[in-house]
Design a protein around this ligand. Structure first.
Ligand code: KIV
Length: 276
């Protein structure tokens, strides 16, 4: 039978949507990170990262913009293609940039480009109730989708900054309901950014699909951070949820391994990385 294993290493089965779901159901924390080039892709793959995101954070950490808003589909395709060449095992997700999914047909066209030209296995979009029709349309075409909720960096100018979301009970309830609705529309993963621990916990408990957090507390199914943050490359102030994994490590690969261990052992995030 034709299987994915025959195209990649037989010794190291690639991670896919089903194995991510199994990790959730087995209580194994999913270790995720961003990457933007082939060398770091190779390193994160060798360190045992389960899922790699080519995030539109590349606009900030690679291109030097203040926000993710200027990033284009071409930018994400370019970086996804480079990352895909370095991966053997990890599952590859590509971000849909600002205004690349403003209606279902545009979303489908750009998601197909990220997959066919970039090699992405899943696309991520920042969602709320307005994205339900888009997620349904992508799912109907068998495109794997990650829905990003909580702090949505593409809305930074409307939000008035990178702020914790869902502290107000009404707003928390809205995020929870949106997460359920996006799952029901076909999202395979929900990513939660900058929300209080309790909201992360309640979303994880109410969803069947894996919930990956960044600043969403310890109770979700997995963690993701921006690679340059854990390697202490980011200049200036770093968000509260970031831990510098280069401390006590002699090389970037050892720092990434230390991050994977900390996520799997549930030593990260610690209380000082969390919001209440
Ligand atoms: O763009 C990105 O890197 C992201 C992560 C912060 C999750 O969306």
């Amino acid at each position: 039978m034709y299987t994915q294993l025959e195209q990649r290493s037989m010794a190291v089965p690639p991670v896919n949507v089903a194995s991510l779901m199994k990790m959730k159901n087995d209580g194994e924390a999913i270790a995720c990170i961003t990457a933007y080039d082939a060398s770091f892709a190779l390193a994160v793959d060798q360190a045992g990262i389960d899922m790699v995101l080519v995030g539109d954070s590349l606009g900030m950490v690679i291109q030097g913009h203040d926000t993710t808003v200027p990033v284009t589909v071409e930018d994400v395709i370019y970086h996804t293609r480079n990352v895909s060449r370095g991966l053997q095992r990890a599952f590859l997700v590509a971000d849909m940039p600002f205004m690349s999914y403003s209606d279902p047909n545009q979303a489908l066209e750009n998601a197909v480009r990220l997959m066919q030209e970039g090699g992405a296995m899943m696309v991520k979009l920042e969602g709320g109730e307005d994205q339900i029709a888009i997620v349904k349309h992508l799912a109907r075409h068998d495109i794997a989708v990650c829905a990003h909720l909580g702090l949505k960096p593409q809305s930074v100018h409307k939000l008035g900054g990178f702020k914790v979301q869902g502290r107000d009970p009404k707003e928390a309830n809205k995020i929870l309901n949106n997460a359920k609705a996006l799952q029901d529309a076909g999202a395979d993963i929900v990513l939660l950014e900058c929300v209080p621990n309790e909201l992360g916990k309640s979303i994880k408990e109410n969803l069947d699909v894996p919930v990956i957090g960044i600043g969403a507390g310890p109770f979700v199914d997995g963690q993701i951070l921006v690679l340059y943050d854990i390697l202490d490359i980011t200049q200036g102030s770093t968000p509260k949820f970031v831990r510098n994994f280069m401390l006590d490590q002699t090389s970037p690969i050892n720092a990434i391994k230390s991050y994977v261990r900390a996520v799997k052992n549930k030593d990260y995030p610690a209380p000082e990385h969390c919001f209440s």
